[in-house]
Design a protein around this ligand. Structure first.
Ligand code: NAI
Length: 326
């Protein structure tokens, strides 16, 4: 049996891993702690660790894992901006799940667009209170609106396809255009022309805060911004200023740049709150979900199966098709 230390365990993922692990000859030690330099030692006795989006896999954490003889970090997600992959090179291998359900994330982006535009979040609360007034509930037709898709990989393309079904005009920005059916433009044009901008690119050093004071200034008044990718693609201060000045009409966020310590947890009893997050949450034209765009049964099953396959393949052959190359 290959022993794997599973960090930041949540019940909705544990059930899927539990139902498949034995079949792959893997025994899993489930732990609630996030992986960091302080908790890496908990993996003692295991051959691999399994980590998620908000684990902190920096130099120090890697050093501890290596000192314990651990040879594999199996990310159960697509993104790996939280791993120091340069430092890991030649010390420890890293594998990931490059795709598990682009539909889950793209559909969530569309759900947030519809919900915030048509005020479903308010209607749900109002009608439960027997309040049937329509004041303040006006939305806009998506039909014929221009949506700017930033990043046209697996998720961005599914998102564009759904938007096409609504009769929207689609323009896209991607440094590596890959879809001949899409009209590509540079990022500046997307900012100038789009009524709705949806982010579907990975977070890199180059595109950190791609939505910032300058790019917001280029945008149409009342622009609708959707981010289901990574929080740090947006400069939160600039976003708040844009919302306050009404330059930005709506923000639908599944991710937030400082989400690490709060998302996925019940923090309702904690009075010490991140001020920017609290400000955003107080705004009527902002909707925030807790990095849940991936959360469908289909995605969870694929994540479990592909992660377990990655681990098995690595320990059987010493390599894995889903290994991250630094
Ligand atoms: P992908 O790798 O298939 O596509 C990413 C695309 O972004 C590629 O076409 C790439 O060329 C493009 N790109 C790279 N840098 C760019 C830039 N600066 N500007 C515009 N485009 C750029 O990735 P996939 O599967 O479509 O995922 C996209 C992102 O979605 C992931 O990187 C991750 O951050 C996020 N994600 C969020 C989830 C959630 O639950 N909220 C779940 C899964 C992914």
């Amino acid at each position: 049996m290959i022993k794997v230390a599973f960090y930041d365990t949540k019940p909705y993922e544990k059930e899927w891993f539990e139902s498949f692990a034995e079949k792959y000859g893997i025994s899993v030690k489930y732990m609630e702690s996030k992986l960091s330099e302080d908790t890496a030692v908990l993996a003692k006795g295991c051959s691999a660790v399994c980590a998620f989006v908000n684990d902190e896999i920096d130099k120090n954490a890697i050093d501890v894992l290596v000192s314990l003889g651990i040879s594999l970090i199996a990310m159960r997600c697509a993104g790996y901006n939280n791993v120091d992959i340069k430092y890991a090179k030649d010390k420890i291998s890293i594998v990931r799940v490059p795709a598990y359900s682009p539909y889950a994330v793209a559909e969530h982006a569309v759900a947030m667009l519809l919900c915030l535009n048509r005020k479903l979040h308010k209607a749900y609360i109002r009608t439960r209170d027997y309040n049937f007034s329509l004041n303040g509930m006006t939305g806009f037709d998506l039909h014929q609106k221009t949506v700017g898709v930033v990043g046209t990989g697996k998720i961005g393309r599914v998102f564009a396809e759904i938007c096409r079904g609504f009769g929207m005009k689609i323009i896209a920005y991607d440094p590596y255009p890959s879809d001949e059916s899409l009209e590509y433009a540079n990022f500046e044009s997307i900012c100038k022309k789009a009524d709705i901008i949806s982010l579907h690119c990975p977070l890199t050093k180059e595109n950190k805060h791609i939505i910032n004071k300058e790019s917001i200034e280029l945008m149409k008044k009342g622009v609708f911004i959707i981010n289901t990718s990574r929080g740090a693609l947006i400069d939160s201060d600039a976003l708040i200023d844009g919302l306050m000045s009404k330059k930005i009409g709506y923000a639908a966020l599944d991710v937030y740049e400082e989400e690490g310590d709060v998302f996925f947890e019940d923090m309702s009893d904690v009075p010490d709150r991140d001020e920017k997050l609290a400000t955003l949450l107080s705004m009527p034209n902002v909707i925030i979900t807790s990095h849940q765009a991936f959360l469908t049964n289909e995605a969870l099953e694929n994540i479990a199966v592909i992660t377990l396959e990655n681990i098995k393949e690595f320990f059987e052959s010493g390599k894995c098709k889903n290994e991250i190359q630094s």
